[in-house]
Ligand binder design. Structure first.
Ligand code: N01
Length: 551
């Protein structure tokens, strides 16, 4: 869990144009853009450095599943030319080095305060300003607040009885110790089989005496085919970055995935299998771009799911284990597709076993391990790869108070409500970077982060040029956007899976499809149109509370 406060410093006070929460890729670029606009800003982050998700997720095997050449800032030609990736899919340490390289180049840290948790942010309706407080005694007043808090930053530890009684070590993949963990000779239990576990298990199994994996839901995973970055490949991107970046910004997921605009079910079987074989051989998440209807047509999706199940059964030697690992009860891609290096192969090792906890759940953590039904498993260490309170957790846990003393947590009790995933009615001057209702987690995060930061920056310029000091979405615009987000989701197979996209991994969390699945390019166009129409759907007030624009 987050470390205790370490570095001594004096509390920050005073007035800023903007307070930013989070020093990941969103907060970093936001600060850079605000400086360019001549605005004063302060950034707070719980971590002791920049990097956000890549600061925290240091578990063994942590790696991005968007190609390195596409997973970087595009706003600076100098940055994108100077930085050299060493692998096709960069590992966490390299991405964190990249974040630090950017922070150094742009001299970002002087406006950042680390090891600092924002405890509350309260909007003053008379002054049109936010008061932001932290656990380090900082109290700042800011005209605007930008929540760059990340979509997968509130790690979730299930509430197992007996957790504190365990005599061994416990780890959460999302809060991995900086010094690393040596599992040599240890008996390790891993709970969860999502993206984090699927990356971590092969690496832990290479070290530990024995690894027991507790699986509630199997996942579909595609081999990454990672390898060293070929110089010629890197150069092919660097030589053509402006055009490729422009294409990625309009692509469905913000990734150049070479989409095949053909229906799977309309393609003859042998031809279809050849396409899947090709995608499997080239690896990565672009497997889901093999056909144009894999997320909308169940019959088409079934063909892809069956193909991957066939691969799992061909790789895993023990038929019972293979059967357990092969998902059957949800369409492929509707829970986040995973990408791995040797995940399924790992189950052929004598020191790895799989326990199904679907029907007989983990009952309790015991002093020596954990109990499933009548069986107790003994461990020296337990790894919780149990995921996050995704998309809303980081925001609703903070004490965010908008108009009339209403809290964000209360407003979102039945699910997040936003306009464009950028703002929420009743919380003026508070922007979210990649908030719920935007493509966010369904996209290349850096592409979506840049789009939001640029949109917010342009919006702030617009307000400043017109001496407007207060903006918030009209409730009617927000309602219409939420309806649209749901309608688009309902045209796909996504809502049929119990995924974290739906909030289904958190007991009691409302089942609402949170990201916007209309596509990164279409969404960008919509945001641009709204801005071009004088920020249609937003209400604005000037310093004298004169309404200058409404929807
Ligand atoms: O978390 P998850 P994650 N008993 O929520 C299980 C991104 N990411 O950290 O599916 C037993 O996916 C849970 O079971 P179930 C990516 O977007 C990207 O792995 O809820 N099991 C599930 O198996 C990803 O999707 C990268 O039934 C329990 C697992 O824990 C997202 O982060 C790498 C349980 C949680 O899986 C989150 O991934 C890593 C319980 N009580 C992450 N509670 C890359 O770029 C939960 N589980 C490659």
């Amino acid at each position: 869990m987050p470390q205790a406060t370490q570095t001594k410093r004096a509390p920050v006070s005073g007035e800023f144009d903007v307070a930013i929460v989070g020093a990941g890729f969103g907060g970093m670029y936001m600060l850079h853009r605000l400086r360019g606009l001549g605005l004063s800003a302060i950034v707070f982050d719980v971590a002791s450095g920049v990097g956000g998700t890549w600061y925290w997720n240091r578990y063994p095997g942590a790696r991005c599943d968007v190609e390195s050449m596409q997973y970087s800032y595009s706003f600076s030609e100098e940055l994108q030319q100077e930085w050299q990736w060493t692998e096709l899919f960069a590992a966490q340490p390299e991405i964190l080095r990249y974040a630090n390289f950017v922070a150094d180049k742009l001299d970002l840290r002087r406006d950042m305060r680390f090891e600092t948790r924002v405890t509350d942010a309260v909007f003053d309706e008379t002054a049109h300003r936010w008061t932001v407080r932290t656990d380090r005694g900082d109290v700042v007043s800011a005209r605007f607040c930008v929540m760059a808090t990340g979509c997968l930053s509130a790690a979730r530890m299930p509430d197992f009885p007996g957790l504190s009684s365990f005599k061994g070590k416990t780890y959460h993949t999302g809060y991995w110790p900086h010094e690393g963990v040596d599992f040599t000779g240890k008996r390790v239990g891993v709970i969860g089989t999502g993206s984090s576990a699927i990356q971590a298990i092969p690496v832990i199994a290479a070290q530990a005496a024995h690894v027991t994996v507790f699986q509630r839901t199997p996942n579909y995973s595609i081999p990454s085919r990672n390898g060293p970055m070929p110089e010629v490949y890197s150069q092919s991107w660097k030589g053509n970055y402006p055009a490729l970046r422009a294409e990625a910004r309009m692509a469905r997921n913000g990734i150049l995935a070479n989409p095949n605009d053909v229906s799977a079910i309309a393609t003859p079987e042998q031809e279809r299998l050849a396409v899947y074989e090709d995608r499997w051989a080239s690896g990565g998440t672009t497997f889901m771009a093999a056909f144009n209807d894999l997320i909308t047509n169940k019959a088409s999706n079934d063909t892809a799911a069956a193909f991957v199940r066939g691969k799992i059964k061909a790789i895993v030697k023990d038929p019972a284990t293979a059967e357990l690992l092969a998902p059957t009860n949800y369409p492929i891609g509707t829970k986040r597709i995973c990408v791995d290096t040797d995940y399924y192969l790992t189950y052929n090792k004598p020191n790895v076993s799989l326990v199904d906890v679907k029907n007989t759940p983990i009952e309790a953590i015991t002093p020596d391990g954990l109990r499933v039904g009548n069986e107790e498993y003994k461990f020296d260490a337990i790894v919780f790869a149990t995921g996050f309170d995704a998309m809303t957790g980081a925001l609703t846990k903070m004490g965010i108070v908008g108009r009339n003393g209403a809290t964000l947590a209360a407003k979102w009790e039945a699910g997040p409500r936003t306009y464009l995933g950028l703002m929420t009615a009743g919380f003026p001057n508070m922007f979210m970077i990649t908030g719920p209702g935007s493509p966010s987690v369904l996209s290349n995060m850096i592409v979506s982060i840049e789009q939001h930061v640029d949109w917010i920056s342009d919006c702030l310029s617009h307000l400043s040029d017109r001496q407007i000091d207060c903006i918030e979405p009209a409730l009617s615009a927000e309602d219409a956007w939420v309806r649209h987000v749901n309608e688009v989701a309902d045209t796909t197979l996504y809502p049929s899976a119990a995924s974290w996209y739906m909030g289904a991994n958190i007991p009691g969390k409302p089942r609402v499809f949170m990201p916007y699945i209309g596509g990164v390019g279409a969404y960008r166009q919509k945001c641009d149109e709204i801005a071009a129409k004088g920020y249609e759907g937003f209400q604005m007030e000037g310093p004298v509370n004169a309404a200058v624009a409404a929807e």
